[in-house]
Design a protein. Structure first.
Length: 276
């Protein structure tokens, strides 16, 4: 196995890509339920060591944290927050999927915070199952209140909204869209999708073909019969083909066969229409 291939496979499995200075938090790829890159003491310790090494190697280059996480161990999260804030490198956050619970605390403190358009962000107060003597329960509740106060202050110090707002909304599970999170100031910018017209020429050709409406209605009737639900097929209107914008910088390397296929598909028939 080549050195580059071995490095790539190791970085994919560990969630640490030192070469590109990226750290990934999400479910581990190994399939082992005990092996996770959500916020556990072990996963955070791995990330902390990587941050220290990257900062030592190049203190003026940014480090990226990529996250899709439902959160995890709050003490591990607080440790990672401290390491991020004491690191000389700029820390960039990229969030997609679910950014929930303690994962939002990491997002809040990073230097630049980017979200994918379909990311969902969960804000809520911590929860726990309480056991022990009456005195122990009183102490535990007091400790959790102090932690919640601290976290509300973190939200307030890293967003547009005051602490009273975060205290109020944390009483319930509040799911935010990426746009709402950015509007509140808890994240900074959407990751804009690429214009994919140059990558979808086969798709555009297929969707651009004129559909047989009667045949499509028969198919719709058949599908709804299969799931045993009523549907008024006469009121269905087929979608118009979408207009795909193209970015000249977003292309695909075509084989010679691909190029010939495109030429053939764009030839005009004797009636002046393009072949389909």
């Amino acid at each position: 196995m080549s050195t580059i291939k071995a490095y790539t496979e190791e970085s994919l499995m560990s969630g640490i890509d030192e070469m590109r200075r990226r750290i990934f938090f999400g479910k581990h790829l190994s399939g082992d339920p005990e092996d996770t890159t959500d916020f556990t003491q072990a996963s955070v310790e791995l990330a902390v060591r990587a941050i220290h090494k990257m900062a030592s190697d190049a203190p003026h280059k940014p480090i990226e944290i990529h996250m899709n996480s439902y959160g995890g161990d709050p003490t591990a999260m607080l440790y990672l927050m401290d390491v991020i804030l004491s690191c000389p490198c700029q820390i960039k956050f990229f969030g997609g999927g679910a950014i929930a619970s303690s994962a939002t605390w990491i997002m809040a403190v990073c230097d630049e915070r980017y979200l994918y358009p379909n990311a969902m962000i969960l804000i809520h107060a911590g929860s726990s199952s309480l056991e022990g003597t009456h005195t122990d329960l009183v102490i535990t509740v007091d400790n959790e209140k102090r932690l919640q106060d601290h976290l509300e202050a973190i939200y307030a110090n890293n967003s547009r909204m005051p602490r009273s707002f975060w205290h109020a909304v944390a009483k319930r599970d509040l799911w935010l869209t990426a746009e709402e999170t950015i509007a509140l100031g808890l994240a900074d910018k959407l990751i804009v999708p690429k214009k994919r017209g140059n990558l979808r020429k086969v798709r555009q050709a297929h969707l651009g073909q004129k559909s047989n409406t009667a045949k499509m209605k028969k198919l719709v009737v058949k599908l709804f019969e299969r799931i045993q639900l009523p549907f008024d097929v006469e009121n269905i209107t087929l979608n118009a083909p979408p207009q795909e914008e193209a970015d000249p910088n977003v292309t695909v390397d075509l084989t010679e066969a691909d190029k010939l296929s495109i030429i053939e598909n764009n030839k005009e028939t004797p009636d002046g229409n393009k072949q389909q």
